[in-house]
Design a protein around this ligand. Structure first.
Ligand code: MBD
Ligand code: FE
Length: 315
C-alpha cells in the first residue's frame, strides 16, 4: 500500500542524523551532498512506492558494480559524464569562453604515462590483422588561429576488436598499444600513425550491461579516438572524434557524439613510404582549438582516478 512518510519529523530527523548535519565533525560539503542525495532517494522511494525487494536488488547491484570495477563505465552509460559536459559548456558560455574545439567525455579507459614524442608518434605497437592503417594529423591552435607550440596531444583508442590496451580482457595488447603523446613544435602540428579502431561494447556479463539490458538499451559506442590536449597557456581540452560512417555515430551509449567531432575520413595511398603496413591508408585531418586560461587558471582540469603505467624504453 502506498504511504507517504517522507515529510514526517521522524524521517527528516533520520536524514539529518544519517548525514551528521550540524554534527560538528566531518566535512560540511560532504554532509550537505549526502543529506541531499539520501533525501532524494528517500523521497523517490515514497513517491514511486519502491518496494523493499527493489531496494535490496539495487543495493546488491551496487556490490556487483564495484566487484566488476564498472562504476565509471556506468557513469558514462547513464549520461552522468555527458551531464557534466553540458554543465561545463554552460559555464563556458556564461563567461564568454567560446570558439574552442568542443569538449566531450573522457570515459574510463585513459592510461597515463605514454611516451611523449616530438611532432609524430607511431602508436600501433602490436599486430592487429583486422585493422588497416590510419594517419591522424592536424594543428593545435589558439582561438586567435595561431599555432600553439609545446602543446601535448595525447591520444588513445581501441583495436579492431573494440578493446583498449591495459583493459583488454583477452590480454592481447601490450601497455600503450594505440596510446601516445606528441609535443608540438612552432608550427603547432601533431601526427599519429596508427590503426583504424572499432567501436567499444560494454563487457556482456558486467554490471553496466546488466542495467542497460533492464532498460532495453545497448552498450555500444561508435568507433572513436580520444584526446587530451594540454598547453601551459591554455585550458586542457578533453575530446574525441568519431569515425565517419560508423552506424552508431548518433546512437552512442555514452552520448559523446557532437556534430563538430566527425571529421572526414580520406582514402590515400603512399602508406609504404610512411612505414604503414599497407600502401592504402585512411587519413583524418583534425585541428584542435584551445581556449585561454580563465583569470590565469585552467578551470577545466578534472580530478578523477586514472590508470597509469610505465612506458618501456623501446616503446
Ligand atoms: C569507451 O571507449 C569510452 O570511450 C567510454 C566513454 C565508455 C566506455 C568505453
Ligand atoms: Fe573510448
Amino acid at each position: 500500500m502506498s504511504v507517504t512518510v517522507f515529510e514526517t519529523k521522524e524521517v527528516q530527523e533520520l536524514l539529518k542524523a544519517a548525514a551528521n548535519l550540524n554534527g560538528g565533525n566531518g566535512n560540511a560539503r560532504f554532509q550537505q551532498v549526502v543529506h541531499r542525495l539520501l533525501g532524494d532517494l528517500f523521497k523517490a522511494i515514497d513517491d514511486l512506492d519502491i518496494t523493499p525487494d527493489e531496494v535490496w536488488a539495487g543495493v546488491n547491484y551496487l556490490n556487483k558494480l564495484g566487484q566488476d570495477g564498472e562504476a565509471a563505465l556506468l557513469a558514462a552509460g547513464l549520461g552522468l559524464e555527458k551531464y557534466l559536459d553540458i554543465r561545463m559548456d554552460a559555464q563556458d558560455k556564461a563567461v564568454g569562453l567560446d570558439g574552442g574545439t568542443p569538449r566531450t567525455i573522457e570515459g574510463p579507459l585513459y592510461v597515463a604515462g605514454a611516451p611523449v614524442r616530438d611532432g609524430l608518434s607511431k602508436i600501433d605497437l602490436d599486430e592487429d590483422a583486422g585493422a588497416g592503417p590510419l594517419v591522424i594529423r592536424g594543428t593545435v591552435k589558439g582561438t586567435d588561429g595561431k599555432p600553439v607550440a609545446n602543446a601535448v596531444v595525447e591520444c588513445w583508442h581501441a583495436n579492431s576488436n573494440g578493446f583498449y590496451s591495459h583493459f583488454d580482457p583477452t590480454g592481447a595488447q601490450t601497455d600503450f598499444n594505440l596510446r601516445g603523446a606528441v609535443k608540438t613544435g612552432a608550427d603547432g602540428k601533431y601526427e599519429f600513425r596508427t590503426l583504424m579502431p572499432v567501436g567499444y561494447g560494454c563487457p556482456p556479463q558486467g554490471a553496466t550491461q546488466q542495467l542497460l539490458d533492464g532498460l532495453g538499451r545497448h552498450g555500444n559506442r561508435p568507433a572513436h579516438v580520444h584526446f587530451f590536449v594540454t598547453s601551459g597557456d591554455h585550458r586542457k581540452l578533453t575530446t574525441q572524434f568519431n569515425i565517419e560512417g560508423d552506424p552508431l555515430i548518433w546512437d552512442d551509449f555514452a552520448y559523446a557524439t557532437r556534430e563538430e567531432l566527425i571529421p572526414h575520413v580520406v582514402e590515400k595511398t603512399g602508406g609504404a613510404a610512411l612505414g604503414l603496413k599497407t600502401d592504402a591508408y585512411k587519413h583524418i585531418e583534425f585541428d584542435f582549438t584551445l581556449t585561454p586560461l580563465l583569470q590565469g587558471r585552467d578551470n577545466q582540469i578534472v580530478q578523477r582516478q586514472r590508470a597509469a603505467a610505465e612506458a618501456t624504453a623501446t616503446a
